[in-house]
Design a binder for this molecule. Structure first.
Ligand SMILES: Cc1cc2nc3c(=O)[nH]c(=O)nc-3n(C[C@H](O)[C@H](O)[C@H](O)COP(=O)(O)OP(=O)(O)OC[C@H]3O[C@@H](n4cnc5c(N)ncnc54)[C@H](O)[C@@H]3O)c2cc1C
Length: 411
């Protein structure tokens, strides 16, 4: 293998490049990213950057020296426009093409926008460093903020805006924040958390329009009620960046469809938010999608899958057996000074049990089960408990075994 191309110069792509080097691949690596910055971190964009605790100079994932040591041909501000997977050619903007021996696709995801209001000043989605700097500068000059969508990003933006002392309204189509990933009981807890922090809430509410002349002035809900706002942040989910792969010969669905090795085609892999693959650890459950595949939009997965894809590319190039990628997914979210940590599959589920601590004290661990097995855990203020149950999920214990462990811990 003489040339590996990685598309997406962010978390998954960078970790893939580092792994190629640490596994002994010394030949050419081209890392292509359409953003202009060197790889930077996204979690602080909705947290420390918005509250003003951090400046953008703390965002880079690696120092200039660390990047130089990787000896990459790093091309920022360049967009991949297509792949010919049969002939192993990558097409770039500016009419350039690159032959490759191995390809890793790590193009992530982008926010979904509302079908109206995007041209009004003060209306934002949040994915990139420049998005976050624009939101921050608007928050600095605002009094009233509306956050549309109470998923993790929306809930974090609401929390950060509130920490700045702003008047914040959270608007959500479902009946509570983070309902899909946490389930009813914990979503109810999350609702009180935001309420106690002084955030106004509009649940079961659909946004019909955004009003304003040049700048946004109000959010209009179905049935006509109106919420005044000088800044609106829309956090209604993301879509994987796959359109550029339409004629690639690869299978594209909601993501780049891969096998259990993160492989989309011979010598072509995908990793991070853009990759959809069957996680063998959960193969016996009905979960996530009818194809029993997962696409994970979290930091730790981007790191681990970037590394796994790179390792398997090297193994394939050496004619060695590949290693299945079967992690217990993990993520965290910081809201109102608490860190919500979750691992495994927390929704949909058949079983839920608060096993340690109390919701009122904002310190607890709760577990989730599917078809008689432990599948997920959520912990707040208790990282040790999260790790404990995460290990049990990895060991594929039954629901009864998980409950027995919980009882033993409580004794
Ligand atoms: C505001 C925010 C807060 C978050 N907070 C948390 C958190 O608290 N906890 C957690 O677990 N996760 C969090 N996440 C999620 C986490 O950051 C992502 O899962 C992670 O960034 C995914 O990494 P990635 O490399 O797969 O994709 P991305 O980070 O999306 O990177 C993909 C890169 O590819 C580029 N690209 C796309 N198409 C092309 C193309 N055709 N050519 C060239 N380049 C292209 C993109 O511009 C981008 O730079 C957060 C995300 C955001 C946006």
């Amino acid at each position: 293998m003489e040339h590996v191309v990685i598309v997406g110069a962010s978390l998954a792509g960078l970790n893939a490049a580092e792994t190629l080097r640490s596994e002994g691949y010394t030949a050419r690596i081209t890392l292509i990213g359409d953003e202009h910055e060197d790889p930077y971190d996204r979690p602080p964009l909705s947290k420390q950057l918005l509250t003003g605790e951090w400046d953008a100079d703390r965002l880079p994932l690696r120092t200039t020296d660390e990047l130089a040591d990787l000896n990459l041909d790093l091309r920022t501000g360049r967009r991949a426009t297509g792949v010919d997977s049969a002939n192993r050619v990558l097409h770039l903007d500016q009419d350039e093409s690159l032959d490759f021996d191995g390809l890793i696709i790590a193009t992530g995801a982008r926010p979904i926008s509302l079908p109206f209001g995007a041209d009004l000043d003060g209306v934002h989605t949040l994915r990139s460093r420049s998005d976050a700097l624009r939101v921050r500068s608007d928050l600095e000059a605002s009094r009233r903020v509306a956050v549309i969508g109470a998923g993790f990003i929306g809930a974090e933006v609401a929390s950060s805006a509130r920490a700045r002392g702003l008047d914040v309204t959270m608007i959500e189509a479902l009946s509570a924040p983070m309902l899909a990933p946490l389930g009813e009981e914990l979503a109810k807890w999350a609702k009180s958390l935001h309420q106690e922090a002084g955030i106004h809430m509009r649940f079961n509410a659909r946004v019909a329009d955004l009003l304003g002349d040049r700048r946004v002035e109000a959010v209009v809900l179905e049935y006509g009620s109106r919420i005044e706002a000088d800044t609106v942040v829309v956090g209604i989910g993301v879509r994987p960046n796959v359109e550029w792969l339409a004629d690639s010969g690869l299978t594209i669905g909601d993501g780049v469809i891969c096998d259990q090795y993160c492989r989309a085609a011979p010598m072509i892999y995908a990793a991070g938010d853009v990759a959809r693959w069957p996680n063998g650890l959960f193969a016996h459950f009905r979960y996530a999608s009818p194809q029993r595949t997962m696409r994970i939009e979290h930091w730790t997965n981007a790191v681990e899958q970037g590394m796994a894809a790179a390792r398997n590319l090297i193994l394939e190039s050496r004619g060695k057996p590949l290693e299945a990628f079967a992690p217990v997914p993990y993520f965290w979210s910081d809201q109102h000074g608490l860190s919500i940590m979750a691992s495994g599959i927390t929704s949909p589920r058949d079983e839920f049990r608060l096993v340690h601590g109390s919701l009122d004290a904002n310190r607890f661990a709760a577990i989730y089960g599917l078809r008689g097995h432990l599948t997920g855990v959520v912990a707040v203020g208790w990282p040790r408990m999260l790790r404990r149950y995460q290990a049990l999920i990895r060991d594929q214990v039954t629901w009864e075994e998980a409950l027995a462990t919980a009882e033993e811990i409580e004794r």
